[in-house]
Design a protein. Sequence first.
Length: 379
Amino acid sequence: MDIPAMRANFAKAAATGDEAPLYFYSHLFLCHPEARQLFPVSMAHQRDRLFAALGDVVARVDDLEALLPILRQLGRDHRKFGTVAAHYPAVGASLLATLEHFDDEWTPELAKSWSEAYDVVATVMIEAAEAAAEEPPWWEADVVGHERRTIDVAVLQLRPRARFDYAAGQSVSLESGLRPKLWRYYSPANAPRPDGLLELHVKARDGGPVSSALVRRVGVGDVLRLGPPVGHLVLHDDSDRDLLLVAGGLGVAPLKALVDQVARKGPPRRVDLFAGFRTEDQIYDRADLERLDREHPWLTVTFAVSEDKISGLEHGDIGDVVMRHGPWNSRQVCIAGPAVMVEDTVSRLVQSGVPARRISSEVFAPSRPGPSVDGEVTE
């Protein structure tokens, strides 16, 4: 495969904005109308997902060791859409047609490279889906609690009807009957519990149909669907290194789950959790985080605000606040929040001497629904 040529070709299609996804789906639905049922009625929140995911795959197409686990996860996860092996050739044909349409320098050699790459991707995903055939494609969960913490944030309590395995720090996709076929990812704010209960933190966002429904319309007694867990923001059993956890906004959720895991399973370690918000009244989970701080002598929770001049809390961007309390060179670090905050904090910590291999991060971005291959968690 001519990987540089593939990347250059993909960049031409990606540069067209909405035009390439629109062409792809039009080609797919015209040539294979049966595929339309796999997608939501409105494609407004769907069109850019394929090219966003494809861009992530293209970036790693020459690093199979990193790419294969991602593709296997995608293959297992796509079962919830009703995707079967027979759908992959149709998608591949429309993909190649789209890439050709937006490249005046398209060649048979480039077509061959893309065809071979897609065959690898499809084969890995199909095999992973078949290997997971014994598992359900989704799990139904009852809403047993719904509390509005702020005007746009709610905390939901869910109880899956069947056993649902996940690791603290991972994310799960969720679908509501109010928004059929629109799956969005959220991170449970607790480690697995004997009663199976999940705590989800959700913020209603402009243009976010699922998050808005979960905050404003879903209530106790409703039933939601959960997809397979994804993500790499987890603690490994072979380490008892002290932890530095840095959250921005709703990035608090997966880091709270890591605190819960330490409390439930150990091993004993020192944990410092920093939670940054713009203003003090946005700290939607303050009471529970302060409770955890009081109950666990090994835990320190520090709140910070960046745009609240009258608050008595620490002031500044959360990355600044974290560095004031350092050094952190001996810690395992987990960071979750908006992209700018994550990138800034990671950069500061690496520059201060924390090895990059000991830093894990998740980006919470409202602009792109679904996790990227970097573990991006959205809506």
